[in-house]
Design a protein around this ligand. Structure first.
Ligand code: FES
Ligand code: FES
Length: 160
């Protein structure tokens, strides 16, 4: 029987304490201990990016991070993007520009894009393409994902 540890962190603004084994990934902790299944698991070894969440505003592959490493951190997942019925501009842009097909990769792309655009709202198209290239879409909808993120970037700049 492995030892378990208390881990306290904020998830989408809510303070949470979970009790987990040291080997539990942040992805499993979010999905199974916090009930936030919007974070998807694809490869589970750092290749696909489906599990991307923001940890202290940095995009992180939550399958590669242990939950205990999130102690004291501010974690944001796809569930925290919308405000009630009002979608985040990135979610709205994915809707408007057909940025998803099966949707499996979408939470990861959304969180990756939020992290990139919050850090650099004026990022060039080339740099954005390079940043988004770290995630994979099995449906190969890359053109519309780019179109969606570019549209959202324009919308988010209006907020700044
Ligand atoms: S599930 Fe984490 S990178 Fe693929
Ligand atoms: S929309 Fe299906 S994996 Fe990207």
């Amino acid at each position: 029987m492995s030892d378990k540890y208390d881990v306290t962190f904020s998830v989408n603004g809510d303070q949470r304490t979970i009790h987990v084994e040291a080997r539990r990934s942040l992805a499993d902790a979010l999905r199974e201990d916090c009930g936030l299944t919007g974070t998807h698991l694809g490869c589970e070894h750092g290749v696909c990016g489906a599990c991307t969440v923001l940890v202290d505003d940095n995009p992180v592959r939550s399958c590669l991070m242990f939950a205990v490493q999130a102690e004291g951190a501010r974690v944001r997942t796809v569930e925290g993007l919308a405000h009630g019925d009002k979608l985040h501009p990135l979610q709205q842009a994915f809707w408007d520009h057909h940025g998803l097909q099966c949707g499996f990769c979408t939470p990861g792309f959304l969180m990756l894009a939020v992290g990139i655009l919050e850090r650099d709202p004026d990022i060039s198209e080339a740099a954005l393409r390079e940043g988004l290239s770290s995630n994979l879409c099995r449906c190969t909808g890359y053109q519309n994902i780019m179109k969606s993120v570019l549209a959202a970037a324009t919308e988010m700049r209006k907020w700044a």
